[in-house]
Design a protein around this ligand. Structure first.
Ligand SMILES: *Cc1c(COP(=O)(O)O)cnc(C)c1O
Length: 368
């Protein structure tokens, strides 16, 4: 059996080697590294995949969120609602840009922002909500849209972890996550479902005016070279992603197959709660995250079996020292509880049946 990794990019490269090497060589031969033909071609392909009219590639997923917040021209100290159980990026750019992060608790089953907690956090300074589609599954966009319309808020969807997943509306219509709110963002960090060789990200929208401005902001605020109309940043994509975009759906399906294996083989264990499948979303299993009271013990046991696991995330955002100076809601208990009980199992498209079987048998051995 091959050694088990959380995300095995080496085996993925081995499997795609001729195509990847060919793509890299093409760029090297043209010396067309930054915002070159490959990048434009990729942006166009991803735009088609997402069915969104405008897409601006940028340097990483954190920049994508920063650009999305910059483009809205919000007044200083605007309050932005974000989940308290999540990756740091959204909260960080909110604070970095001089806005106020307002943390909302998450749901215990989906791990996503708890929409029933949002309205209590809204003041006249609230300007936007950043739902984060965590671990591969959608936030309740219907509820978020309702709240945003009622209070005239922008919606920025952080779709770094759920590229390819779809929200399922009550009439069964589906939309790719990231294309439902005003602006969507994503990341191509190597371990993401669509990972590049290096850093990368993108920001996308249905709004032509926002799109033109996003493009300028990502390029030093210029439309015409050396004419800087806005204070922008330098955020460029410079990587090989076209090869893997072709396989994104296949890879996401593989993840779902592996998740089905985990579900089938772990469902009888009483000490763990398996991931919840929301009816209003498809799931692309960026992570397969279970909950158990004996989290640290289980992780240590699996480590002795050479099975890696990860805790996403060990600390709730409102308890991070970096955000100490902000007031926050007292109602964030679920986020804190999850930080004690979540454990993510190895998940990537190239997991093999013998590896999955070994992981499940080891977990059973621990609980029996
Ligand atoms: C990875 C990630 C980001 C940031 O992406 P980078 O490319 O690493 O900057 C933002 N939000 C979430 C939820 C992420 O998982």
């Amino acid at each position: 059996m091959r050694a088990i990794e959380m995300v095995d990019l080496k085996i993925q490269y081995q499997n795609l080697k001729p195509e990847i090497n060919f793509a890299i060589e093409k760029v090297l031969l043209k010396s067309d590294f930054i915002n070159g033909f490959e990048v434009h071609y990729f942006a166009e392909n991803l735009r088609n995949f997402l069915q969104v009219p405008y897409l601006v590639p940028c340097a990483n997923g954190t920049d994508a969120l920063q650009l999305a917040l910059m483009v809205l021209d919000l007044p200083p100290k605007s309050e932005i609602i974000i989940p308290s159980f999540s990756y740091i990026a959204a909260a960080e750019v909110v604070a970095f840009l001089g806005f106020i992060p307002v943390f909302a608790d998450v749901e215990t089953d989906t791990f996503n922002i708890d929409c029933s907690k949002i309205e209590a956090l809204i003041t006249e300074k609230t300007k936007a909500i950043i739902p984060v589609h965590l671990f591969g599954q959608a936030c309740d966009m219907l509820k978020i849209i309702k709240i945003a319309q009622k209070y005239n808020l922008f919606i920025i969807e952080d779709n770094a972890q759920s590229l390819g997943a779809e929200f399922v509306f009550p009439d069964a219509m589906r939309k790719k996550l990231g294309t439902i709110g005003h602006i969507g963002t994503t990341s191509f960090f190597p371990s993401k479902n669509l990972g590049c060789y290096g850093d990368g990200g993108a920001v996308f929208t249905h709004d032509e005016v926002l799109a033109q401005k996003l493009k300028m902001l990502a390029n030093h605020g210029q439309k015409i070279k050396y004419k800087h109309e806005l204070v922008g940043i330098n955020s460029r994509l410079d990587t090989i992603l076209n090869v893997k975009l072709k396989y994104l759906e296949k890879f996401n399906n593989k993840r779902a197959e592996h998740a089905a294996f985990y579900f089938q083989n772990l469902q009888s264990i009483s000490g763990i709660t398996l991931p919840f499948l929301a009816k209003n979303s498809t799931h692309v299993f960026h992570q397969f995250t279970l909950k158990t009271e004996r989290r640290d013990e289980l992780a240590a046991f699996l480590k002795t079996k050479n099975i890696p696991t990860m805790v996403y995330y060990p600390f709730a955002l409102h308890l991070q020292p970096a955000f100490e100076k902000y007031n926050f809601s007292k109602d964030l208990a679920e986020s804190e509880k999850l930080c004690q009980s979540v454990l993510s199992l190895p998940m990537h498209p190239d997991l093999e049946k013998d590896q999955l079987g070994y992981i499940c048998d080891s977990i059973k051995a621990f609980f029996c």
